[in-house]
Design a protein around this ligand. Structure first.
Ligand code: TYD
Ligand code: MG
Length: 474
C-alpha cells in the first residue's frame, strides 16, 4: 500500500518525493520541489488489484495492413506556420507551442484562428491570461475584428470542455496558456505540475474524442524549457517553439517534435505594427544591413529544414586582460566554438589562448548544423588577422578534430541560394558529392583548416595584422 502523506513534486521534471529536499535527484534542479496534494490517480488505476484478478475489457486487435486513414490536414492559411506543422493541423491532434513571454505566441495564434475562421470553420480561442477585451483590442489592431472567432476568458477545464461540447464541433481550439488552466478534480494550485498535467490530460482526451485540433500555449523558463510540464511535451503530438531576440523583429517558429511531419523545418516571421508578417525569403532579411568592409564577418550558407538560408557569422577576437579569456556565443553552441578554436590552435597554428572570443549569428537565428564550422573558422581568422573576407563569398563545411574539412549535405542547394542572392564565390569542402558547375560561382575547395588560415592570413594588411601572417601561417 502506497504511503500517504504530503507529496513533493519537482516543478521542472515532475519527479515525486515523499520528503522535501533541496535538489531534485532526477533532473538536478535546485529548489524546484513544491508540496502538492496527493497526485491525481491515473485513470484506470483504481481497478481492483487485490487478489490479482482484475477483469479488463476485451478489445479487438488490428493488423498493420488495415484501412489507412491518411491524416487530413487543416491548412491554417499562414504558409510559414503550415510549413512547420508539416502541411497543416491534423484533426484530433494536440500541439504545444512554447516561447518567451512577449515573443508573439498569442499574436500568431490569433492570426491563425482568424484565418481559419474566415474559411467557415468553427474556431474557439480561450485566453486564461487576458480578458476578452484585451484580446479583442489586439485583434482589432491587427485588422482581424471581422473574423468569426469564438472568444472566451476562462481557466476552468471542466467549464471549457462543457462549453466546447455545445453547438458545432470546433475545428480548432486554442488554450492560451496551459499554465493558467485548472481542473476542479485536481487539488493543487494552478501552474503546478499536477494541475498542468491534469488539465493537459483532459484537453488531450477532448481533442482525441471530438476530432478537434487543440493548440496549447506553454510558458518557457529562463533556460528555454517549457515551464513545469516537461511531462506535457511527452503527451502531445507536436511541440513547436517560437524564438527570437527581443531587439530583432524576426521570429522563428521551430519544430521540436512532430508525430505527423519533419521537425527540422523553420518558419520565419517579422513582428510589425499590425501583427506578424511572413518572411518567405529569410536570406535577404538576415543579410540586410551587413557591414561588408569589416574583418570578422563571414557569410554561412546554411540549411534550415529543406530551405537554404544565408546568414552572417560575426566574430570578434581581441587580446584579453583576463587570466581566463572570455568566450561568448549567441546563436551557436558554446562547445562547438571551443572545438573550432582548439582545431585552429592545434592544426592551424593560431595563438588564441590569450584572446577573448565573441561569436554572434546575425539576425537572431540559431544555427545548429556542423556545416557552420567553416564559416565560424573563417570569421575567427579574419578577426584575428584583420583580413577582410571577400563580401561576395559564402562558406560551408564541417571541421573535423584532425583539422580536415569534411563534406556536408545538400551542397547544391546552398550554392543555388548563394547564386540567387548575387554571391560570386564559395569556400567549401574539397570532397563531396558532385555539385555540377556550382551555379556559376567561383569555387574554392579546401581539405584542411591550414589552407583556410594560410589563405586568409595572406590577404591581411601587414600594418593592421594583430598577429604576423608568418606566425599564423606556421
Ligand atoms: P504576444 O502575442 O502577446 O506575446 P506572447 O503571447 O508570446 O506573450 O506579443 C506581444 C508583443 O508583440 C508585444 O511586445 C507587442 C508586440 N506586438 C507588435 O509589435 N505588433 C502587434 O501587432 C502586436 C499584436 C503585438
Ligand atoms: Mg500571450
Amino acid at each position: 500500500m502506497a504511503k500517504r502523506g504530503p507529496t513533493y513534486i519537482c516543478q521542472a521534471c515532475g519527479a515525486v518525493y515523499h520528503r522535501w529536499q533541496g535538489k531534485c535527484d532526477a533532473c538536478g534542479t535546485w529548489s524546484s520541489l513544491s508540496e502538492e496534494a496527493q497526485a491525481a490517480p491515473v485513470p484506470g488505476g483504481g481497478r481492483p488489484s487485490s487478489g490479482g484478478r482484475a477483469r479488463g475489457r476485451i478489445f479487438a486487435l488490428e493488423s498493420l495492413k488495415g484501412e489507412t486513414q491518411d491524416a487530413p490536414r487543416i491548412v491554417s492559411g499562414i504558409a510559414e506556420l503550415d510549413r512547420v506543422t508539416g502541411g497543416g493541423f491534423v484533426p484530433g491532434s494536440v500541439l504545444l507551442i512554447g516561447g518567451d513571454p512577449g515573443i508573439g505566441k498569442s499574436t500568431l495564434l490569433m492570426q491563425a484562428c482568424a484565418a481559419m475562421a474566415m474559411t467557415g470553420r468553427r474556431v474557439v480561442y480561450v485566453s486564461g491570461e487576458e480578458s476578452t477585451g484585451q484580446v479583442r483590442l489586439r485583434a482589432q489592431r491587427m485588422g482581424l475584428a471581422e473574423a468569426p472567432v469564438d472568444l472566451a476568458a476562462e481557466t476552468n477545464i471542466e467549464d471549457i470542455i462543457a462549453t466546447l461540447g455545445q453547438g458545432e464541433r470546433p475545428a480548432l481550439v486554442v488554450i492560451d496558456s496551459i499554465q493558467t488552466m485548472w481542473s476542479s478534480e485536481v487539488e493543487s494550485a494552478p501552474g503546478t505540475v499536477t494541475q498542468v498535467r491534469g488539465s493537459a490530460q483532459a484537453l488531450i482526451r477532448y481533442a482525441k474524442t471530438s476530432g478537434a485540433c487543440m493548440i496549447l500555449v506553454g510558458h518557457v523558463t529562463k533556460d528555454g524549457q517549457i515551464a513545469g510540464p516537461r511531462v506535457v511535451e511527452h503527451m502531445v503530438d507536436a511541440v513547436l517553439s517560437f524564438e527570437g531576440e527581443g531587439a530583432h523583429a524576426f521570429r522563428i517558429l521551430r519544430g521540436q517534435k512532430n508525430r505527423f511531419g519533419a521537425t527540422d523545418e523553420i518558419g520565419v516571421f517579422e513582428m510589425t505594427g499590425a501583427g506578424l508578417s511572413e518572411v518567405s525569403n529569410p536570406s535577404a532579411l538576415f543579410l540586410a544591413g551587413r557591414d561588408q568592409d569589416a574583418p570578422g564577418a563571414a557569410v554561412l550558407a546554411s540549411i534550415e529544414g529543406t530551405r537554404p538560408v544565408l546568414v552572417e557569422i560575426q566574430a570578434l577576437v581581441a587580446p584579453s586582460a583576463l587570466g581566463t579569456p572570455r568566450r561568448a556565443v549567441v546563436g551557436w553552441e558554446n562547445s562547438r566554438l571551443a572545438m573550432v578554436l582548439a582545431v585552429l590552435e592545434t592544426h592551424g597554428g593560431l595563438k588564441l589562448g590569450q584572446h577573448d572570443v565573441y561569436l554572434n549569428v546575425a539576425g537572431g537565428l540559431r544555427v545548429g548544423e556542423p556545416a557552420a564550422d567553416l564559416a565560424v573558422a573563417a570569421a575567427l581568422i579574419s578577426s584575428l588577422t584583420g583580413a577582410i573576407l571577400p563580401s561576395g563569398a559564402v562558406h560551408f563545411g564541417e571541421i573535423a578534430l584532425s583539422g580536415a574539412i569534411r563534406p556536408v549535405s545538400v551542397a547544391a542547394a546552398r550554392l543555388r541560394e548563394a547564386a540567387k542572392l548575387g554571391f560570386e564565390s564559395a569556400v567549401l569542402p574539397a570532397a563531396g558529392a558532385d555539385i555540377g558547375d556550382g551555379n556559376g560561382l567561383k569555387l574554392r575547395r579546401l581539405s584542411h583548416v591550414g589552407e583556410l588560415v594560410a589563405e586568409i592570413a595572406a590577404s591581411a594588411p601587414r600594418a593592421r595584422s594583430r598577429q604576423p601572417a608568418a606566425q599564423a601561417d606556421r
